[in-house]
Design a protein. Structure first.
Ligand code: NDP
Length: 297
């Protein structure tokens, strides 16, 4: 059977179109479009690219983007004061503080300072707790994007064996919670897992969020499994010229694709879904704050 390549770029474009329709409904109801505030502290070059993309895509979806750029030496109190101001600003629906933050700032303190109803990253402990107890919450964007791709590919996920490799708060843990909510039998694997290959090779759904370039090869993949590669790694690509890089996932694409039933590529798989889900969360946050009925997106 031929392996299906899951086109996250095309799916994310459709999702953004749907979000734009819902955003315009919200605008009609409250007199302004949903608004996302993004805070960037310092000069991390990858973060600058992500933030630029987020701003462009927010505006393309008919929503308002508010940008705060702070110096790399900004202290924690200054950042917390800005967050407090945005929490109290009725014209701000979503707040995203781009991670990582400089060393002088405690990330957990910042994440938990954002009002949970404006926490479009879904990282606040209240949103994590709501998700873990199966209640409505703002769900972290990357795992939610993976879930949308899985539902589109497989329909019902009920009863499937899912293995998530990685247990971070931003990807692995919320991914596992979402799959559990879909009635998968979920295993969370990590750096101390014994016999990782055997564990993974039992998975109908294998999600790789490891942060190690091309670690998960075909030996980890059950024939016919659906493989979701969350990883984004920059590796040297001397074949493209001196000092050049290419992006690659946590999955060794060719060998995994030879066994999988379906697989996400990198780039063009999970990556574009993350921003689309951020826009979705912004629309959802605005709709909930002002009791506007929107479609289930
Ligand atoms: P973290 O570094 O926070 O977590 C990595 C996890 O992988 C940890 O739980 C770690 O285990 C586990 N791990 C590391 N090495 C191994 C190993 N040899 N065997 C088994 N498990 C291992 O990463 P993130 O969750 O933040 O990100 C994961 C990947 O996803 C990265 O490549 C990142 O770039 C990418 N990413 C992509 C996004 C997108 O939009 N597509 C968004 C966010 C992240 P332990 O806990 O024991 O240390």
């Amino acid at each position: 059977m031929e392996t299906k390549i899951i086109d996250g770029k095309a799916f994310s474009e459709k999702l953004v179109e749907t979000v734009a329709v819902e955003a315009s409904k919200i605008k009609n109801a409250i007199g302004r479009p949903p608004a996302l505030a993004v805070v960037l502290v310092g000069e991390n070059s990858a973060s600058k690219v992500y933030v630029r993309n987020k701003i462009e895509r927010t505006e393309a979806a008919g929503m308002r983007s508010i940008e705060h750029r702070l110096d790399a030496d900004t202290d924690q109190a200054t950042l917390l004061a800005l967050i407090e101001e945005m929490n109290n600003d009725d014209a701000v629906d979503g707040i995203l503080v781009q991670l990582p933050l400089p060393d002088q700032i405690d990330e957990d303190a910042v994440i938990n300072a954002v009002a949970p109803e404006k926490d479009v990253d879904g990282f606040h402990v209240v949103n994590a707790g709501l998700l873990a107890t199966g209640q409505d919450s703002l769900v972290p964007c990357t795992p939610y994007g993976c879930l949308l791709l899985l539902r589109d590919q497989l329909g019902s996920l009920s009863g499937l064996n899912a293995v998530v490799v990685g247990r971070s708060n931003i990807v692995g843990k919320p991914m596992a919670q979402l799959l559990l909510k879909e009635s998968c039998t979920v295993t969370i694997a990590h750096s101390r897992t014994k016999d990782l290959k055997e564990v993974c090779a039992r998975a109908d759904i294998l999600v790789a969020a490891v942060g190690r370039a091309e670690m998960i090869d075909g030996d980890y993949v059950k024939p016919g499994a659906t493989v979701i590669d969350v990883g984004i790694n920059r590796v040297a690509a001397p074949e493209r010229g001196e000092g050049k890089f290419r992006l690659t996932g946590d999955v060794d694409y060719d060998s995994a694709a030879a066994k999988a039933g379906a697989i996400t590529p990198v780039p063009g798989g999970v990556g574009p879904m993350t921003i689309a889900c951020l826009l979705r969360n912004t629309a959802v946050a605005a709709a909930r704050r002002f009791n506007v009925d929107i479609a289930d997106i």
